[in-house]
Unconditional design. Structure first.
Length: 372
């Protein structure tokens, strides 16, 4: 029953029991599902029992997978056949740990498994095919021994480090990118899992990603999903020595004359203080309503840079997500690209602005974001 309901939804980011509880807010426009009270309670009970017993369901599905599907047992084939949430699966056990549970074996002896399991969950949420390819090459050890970087730029290596480990070099006990990646390879089961998870992710992305020209080198692709540290690493604000800014929705990269904006459309009271619960939402595929930080005025240096961004030769970049978390894990931000023009603005502390994007945002983000 959960799969039948999920197939009707515009998005499957939320657990299906929550969709039923809230009367299916993510159905396509003009559609509704009405459940009789007793039927609703019965369906919810069964679905919650199923969701709560993954320890039984997943091993049984693994053991019967090849006989039922006539396909090799890979992470991608398993997800496509079962329609399970990859994040729900991986936040509990790695792919290799699930296979161990099904076989009654214990082959996973990775020394950093509690950390690498989190990295696998992050990989399942990333959508940049080039970034995933680099992660796969590291995990397969199919890399050129270019000193320090394995053929990557500093920014790319920094971003990958934070995907794998989340903490800076001192926290992880590494002093170079080579050390960081070597430590990852000391976890062979997790490295093998990453390759399978990245292959699945590259084979299915919610929308296409594109290279764009920002006027300076930048590895980020339009409409790809990235974590906060991966974005700041791309602009040299996070590296092995420091994880850089934290807890901020705006990062100013002065040397590149760029403002980076991180937007969460659905702001839960428990996650955002009243002073940071800004009114940010899409108006159309090209138009975005956004509010500056609460201390910004039109006469401030920052305010003038916004209002006169073309004349001041500034880039205004936006990264957006609908919810802060996906199945309990931090949701990455989708790169919406640069602003094309400032259509309207008013007020101070904060300044309310309507920005026109240079590239239309993905329709799914618009549909979900405007409903907030």
């Amino acid at each position: 029953m959960d799969r039948k309901f999920s197939a009707l939804l515009r998005t499957t980011r939320r657990r299906i029991d929550r969709e039923i509880e809230e009367e299916f807010p993510n159905l396509p426009p003009g559609c509704n599902i009405q459940l009789e009270r007793v039927a609703r309670e019965h369906i919810l009970s069964n679905i919650r029992q199923s969701l709560g017993s993954l320890d039984t369901f997943i091993p049984e599905s693994i053991n019967s997978f090849q006989a039922e599907n006539q396909l090799p047992l890979t992470f991608g084939n398993f997800i496509r056949a079962t329609n399970l949430s990859p994040v729900e699966m991986l936040k509990k056990r790695s792919w290799s740990e699930w296979k161990d549970l099904a076989a009654g074996t214990k082959t996973v002896e990775d020394p950093d498994i509690s950390q690498t399991r989190k990295a696998l969950t992050r990989i399942a949420l990333r959508t940049d095919p080039e970034f995933l390819e680099k992660a796969m090459r590291i995990s397969s050890a199919l890399v050129a021994e270019t000193p320090g970087h394995y053929g990557m730029t500093d920014a790319e290596a920094n971003a990958l480090h934070y995907t794998l480990w989340s903490g800076d070099g001192s926290k992880m006990g590494v002093s170079s990118h080579k050390d960081s990646f070597a430590r990852w390879l000391r976890n062979p089961k997790s490295a093998a899992d990453l390759v399978e998870i990245a292959q699945w992710r590259r084979s299915w992305c919610p929308y296409p990603t594109y290279e764009i020209d920002l006027g300076y080198p930048c590895q980020l692709r339009l409409h790809a999903a990235y974590g906060f540290r991966e974005v700041t690493a791309a602009f040299s604000k996070a590296n092995l020595q420091t994880s850089g800014p934290a807890g901020t929705g705006v990062v100013h990269v002065e040397e590149l004359r760029t403002y980076i904006h991180f937007i969460t459309f659905r702001k839960e009271e428990k996650d955002f203080a009243p002073t940071t619960r800004y009114k940010d939402y899409p108006i159309s595929l090209e138009l975005l309503h956004w509010q500056s930080q609460s201390n910004t005025t039109q006469e401030s240096e920052t305010g003038k840079n916004y209002l006169n961004f073309h004349a001041n030769r500034y880039k205004i970049l936006f990264f957006a997500r609908v919810d802060k978390s996906t199945c309990g894990e931090t949701t990455p931000f989708v790169f919406l690209g640069p602003a094309k023009s400032l259509k309207q603005y008013e007020g101070d502390r904060p300044i309310s602005m309507i920005w026109e994007l240079e590239h239309p945002m993905p329709a799914e983000i618009f549909e979900e974001g405007r409903a907030v």
